[in-house]
Design a protein around this ligand. Structure first.
Ligand code: G3P
Length: 217
């Protein structure tokens, strides 16, 4: 499983980039708005200069022609851009057209296996099931990820599954076990993935033991 960072915060991306484990970034309009930045082009280009991998940027248009035009504009900003298109009939139409032209699409806001299958058939490079938001309404988000992975394998679909709307480290473990190709994680969750209290205790004990002996020499 690969890890993408789910944020538009440049500092977080810079810090996470140093770890060498992040191979892409996903943004959405809410994440960009959270940074109080309306200069999406500058944000996406800055992210691309930090992380050499797929950077998802979402269209806001709602009609297929407008989505296609907007997607082309987004993808002209950097070769790394992947265009996020939300699930809908119009979104499918745009996804099919863009995929035929070689523009990579992340079919997003996916909440069912049928939506994911249609995204794959339309040629999307990625589908993004939103795990946390399904959990929020009492459905098992990770079960959906597992089902999508299973069906895509069954039919040899090359579309990759991004486990999105990840909220905590257990989601990351479950995404890996479910066979998600990618988990896109918020920065605090990435940091939580690193930490374990026994590691901290172990490091402190090693240092203490060494100090005890070293002070006698
Ligand atoms: O990757 C999708 C993500 O940005 C949505 O997360 O926590 O708003 O459901 P959340």
């Amino acid at each position: 499983m690969r890890i993408f960072l789910d944020t538009a915060n440049i500092e977080e991306i810079r810090e996470a980039g140093k770890l060498g484990v992040v191979s892409g970034v996903t943004t959405n309009p809410s994440l960009v708005a959270k940074e109080e930045r309306a200069d999406l082009k500058a944000v996406i280009q800055e992210i691309s200069s930090i992380i050499d991998g797929p950077i998802s940027a979402e269209v806001l248009s709602t009609e297929p022609e407008a989505m296609i035009t907007e997607a082309k504009e987004l993808s002209s900003w950097s070769p790394n851009v992947v265009v996020k298109i939300p699930v809908s009939a119009k979104g499918l139409e745009a996804t099919s057209a863009l995929s035929k032209e070689g523009i990579k699409v992340n079919f997003t806001l996916c909440f069912s296996l049928n939506q994911a299958i249609l995204g794959a058939l339309a040629g999307a490079k990625y589908v993004s099931p939103f795990v946390g938001r399904l959990d929020d309404v009492g459905h098992d988000g990770m079960q959906l990820v597992a089902e999508i992975v299973k069906v895509f394998q069954l039919y040899d679909f090359s579309t990759e599954v991004i486990a999105a709307s990840i909220r905590h480290p257990l989601h990351c473990i479950a995404a890996a076990k479910a066979g998600a190709h990618i988990a896109t994680v918020p920065y605090p969750v990435l940091i939580q993935m690193i930490r374990h209290p026994l590691t901290d205790v172990g490091v402190a004990r090693f240092a203490q033991d060494w100090q005890r002996v070293a002070s006698r020499i």
